[in-house]
Design a protein around this ligand. Structure first.
Ligand SMILES: Nc1ncnc2c1ncn2[C@@H]1O[C@H](COP(=O)(O)OP(=O)(O)O)[C@@H](O)[C@H]1O
Ligand SMILES: C[C@@](O)(CCOP(=O)(O)O)CC(=O)O
Ligand SMILES: [Mg+2]
Length: 396
């Protein structure tokens, strides 16, 4: 059987992380860093899962997985989020161990099994296959690696079982699914995110599926049509954190101090709306004043994110270092470490970017300038992939 390759982008949230979980507006853009999934159908009753980024390699007989199907009646995924019983059962099957690395492994494998078994119950067979997932994204750093992982799994599994089409035609190097198929991928990927995050908003899987730049609020996804070309410097503090834990922490704070926290979330919502208006205005006539407003919004939001408890000293450091070069930064994604974004103006000189980068490197951080607005989930012909990706997928 010829392997299939599916990829999905990571994302950066410009404004609205965490608040979006509580029904507020978020603005997010797809990054040119992608997760790649290679699926090869087999006919010997085995399922292999290889996740090189997290050092996981597992295999099962489909007969071992069969008893788990009882918890996955057909059609359940369409109407119900993963139940605690389903997740517990899968965790038990995977064998939960203590520690952060074990949690990473367990969540990734449980999310895979959840989607695999849901597909199997829908199409009436336990498909035999090799799945390899590798990502250019740092895992657990705020750039939506969990969503890109879930989107790739949803696309590959739904397509592999014939629930949606295989869009790549003979001679094509890359292809995308039709809108209604993308909608289904997005909905299934959201279930994967629910396994990994507990209580996700759905913004990350929406960006992974649709790509580009979008506004997201309470499940409503709209592309941002007129976005100026934004230059963004990404910094990974390399401080590990878990989105699930941080999202739960914010919820606790909102429940404990509703009168204090609700206005902060409302203010973050207003920041996202203001940013959207400014971006629209900039698409026609970008000016220095527009950039001044964007920079102020970044500073204000970073303070709000501190107030809701998702800051970290490493992120403060990024803000201080970039401010010393006249640049403005905020955390992106769940915070608590992970990544920050720094807005660069079109005329920010390479010397300033190089100096800021050097200072950030000296703190032990990693940073790079990125392109935004990458395409969403797609299927590739393996020979058309860049050499680095081909090498990983072929196990070199
Ligand atoms: N390439 C990958 N391979 C295996 N698991 C992955 C991969 N990318 C993401 N994951 C799963 O997603 C989890 C990280 O998700 P999360 O805490 O939401 O961080 P983020 O989405 O910001 O990267 C990991 O613990 C792992 O379970
Ligand atoms: C904090 C949050 O707004 C974004 C989390 O993104 P990430 O997993 O840190 O990439 C949670 C969510 O929207 O589901
Ligand atoms: Mg995530």
């Amino acid at each position: 059987m010829r392997p299939w390759v599916v990829s999905a982008p990571g994302k950066a949230i410009l404004h609205g992380e965490h608040a979006v979980v509580h029904g507020k507006l978020a603005l997010a853009v797809a990054l040119n860093l992608r997760t790649f999934l290679q699926m090869t159908l087999r006919n010997d009753g085995k399922v292999l899962l290889h996740l090189p980024n997290i050092g996981t390699r597992l295999h099962w007989e489909t007969s071992e997985l069969e008893p788990l199907l009882a918890a996955f009646p057909a059609g359940l995924i369409d109407s119900q989020p993963p139940s605690p019983e389903q997740v517990e059962k899968l965790k038990e099957f995977v064998g939960a161990a203590e520690g952060a690395a074990a949690a990473t492994h367990s969540l990734a494998v449980v999310a895979f099994l959840y989607l695999y078994l849901s597909v199997a119950s829908k199409c009436g067979v336990l498909p035999s296959m090799d799945i390899l997932v590798w990502s250019e994204l740092p895992t657990g750093a705020g750039l939506g690696s969990s969503a890109a992982y879930s989107v790739c799994l949803a696309g590959a599994l739904l397509s592999g079982c014939g629930i949606i089409s295989y869009p790549l035609g003979e001679g094509q190097s890359v292809a995308r699914w039709a809108e209604d198929e993308l909608d289904l991928i997005n909905r299934w990927a959201f279930r994967g995110e629910q396994v990994i995050h507990g209580n996700p908003s759905g913004v990350d899987n929406a960006v992974g599926t649709w790509g580009g730049a979008l506004r997201y609020q309470s499940g409503k996804i709209l592309p941002l049509k007129r976005v100026p070309t934004l230059r963004i410097l990404l910094t990974n503090t390399k401080v590990p954190r878990s989105t699930k834990v941080l999202v739960a922490g914010v919820k606790d704070k909102v429940l404990k101090f509703p009168a204090i926290m609700e206005p902060v979330l409302a203010s973050i919502d207003a920041i996202s709306q203001e940013c959207e208006d400014v971006l629209k205005a900039m698409a026609d006539h970008p000016s220095q004043e527009h950039y001044l407003v964007l920079e102020e919004l970044i500073d204000i939001n970073q303070h709000h994110l501190d107030v809701i408890g998702v800051g970290h000293s490493s992120l403060d450091r990024v803000c201080q270092v970039t401010a010393s070069h006249g640049l403005h930064s905020k955390l992106t994604g769940a915070g608590g470490g992970g990544c920050a974004i720094t807005l660069l103006r079109p005329d920010t000189s390479p010397t300033i970017v190089a100096a800021a980068t050097q200072d950030l490197d000296a703190c032990g951080f990693e940073c790079w300038e990125t392109d935004i607005g990458a395409p969403g989930v797609c299927v590739h012909s393996p020979p058309s992939l860049k050499a680095e990706v081909q090498a990983v997928l072929s196990g070199v």
